[in-house]
Design a protein around this ligand. Structure first.
Ligand code: ATP
Length: 233
């Protein structure tokens, strides 16, 4: 197991956003977490990367308990998070944003380098000198993923990569994710675009008000009447 989450509870002053979540991700898997607005999907990813503190339960990453580990140390150990809204540094160039991503790698061996990232996202090569804030939404998403890859992830966490993107750009972003998965990268993907997420992953979890209510094979979930009614309608 690459990631093992047990009975995870987390929240914000008075709001329990995760109410005992259990989840496992094996090495090389691409797994989706789907659910309605406010189900707790972002909170779950934020707990995994240490941005939100767990109140109880445990998160084990490749055999090490990281439940209370600081975010910069979580990323150094290879769990890299592409947050919702991308959070690129607008006033820095594409090149500088990518180089910053390498800082997250720490002493681990580089698995992806600048050349590899620019091969995956050719549009970024054309814009290396451009200020990141002047890129389109799709290009910013590519930059955010590229920056995380520069940290040589062992597990890549993605929060709503399709948010605000056109169907064509979404397709391009997912084509790269599929390629990364085919290369052996472990990916955990949170998406409101459940149809897209289920079509691109092998296994998925359905989160509802802080609980995992369904889990299993993505193709099976995509044809489950309950999932169709609530998430694919
Ligand atoms: P969305 O798709 O809208 O981002 P989500 O499934 O990612 O939804 P979360 O963002 O994890 O859900 O939110 C879960 C619950 O926690 C919601 O009730 C939300 O209002 C609350 N919440 C999230 N972030 C905060 C915060 N910083 N402070 C207080 N409450 C928060």
């Amino acid at each position: 197991m690459m990631l093992e989450v047990k009975d995870l509870r987390a929240g914000y002053r008075g709001i329990e956003a995760l109410r005992g979540v259990n989840l496992q991700v094996a090495e090389g898997e691409m797994v989706a977490i789907i659910g309605a607005n406010g189900a707790g999907k972002s909170t779950l990813l934020n707990c995994l990367s240490g941005v939100v503190r767990a109140m109880s339960g445990s998160i084990v990453f490749d055999g090490s308990d990281i439940t209370q580990r600081a975010p910069h140390l979580v990323s150094r150990s290879g769990l890299l998070h592409v947050p919702e809204g991308r959070q690129i540094l607008s006033d820095m160039s594409v090149h500088e944003n990518l180089l910053l991503g390498d800082l997250a790698r720490g002493p681990r061996q580089a698995r992806y380098n600048l050349e590899r990232v620019l091969e995956l996202f050719p549009i970024l090569r054309e814009r290396t000198g451009q200020l990141a804030g002047t890129l389109s939404g799709g290009q910013q998403q590519m930059l955010a993923i590229g920056r995380a890859l520069m940290g040589s992830p062992r597990v890549l966490l993605l929060d709503e990569p399709s948010l605000g993107l056109s169907p064509l750009i979404t397709q391009q972003v997912f084509a790269v994710l599929t390629k990364l998965h085919a290369d052996g990268l472990t990916i955990v993907l949170v998406e409101q675009n459940a149809r897209r997420a289920l079509a691109s992953t092998q296994r998925a979890y359905v989160l509802d008000r802080g609980h995992i209510v369904l889990e299993g094979d993505s193709a099976k979930l995509a044809s489950d009447p309950q999932v169709i009614a609530h998430y694919l309608g």
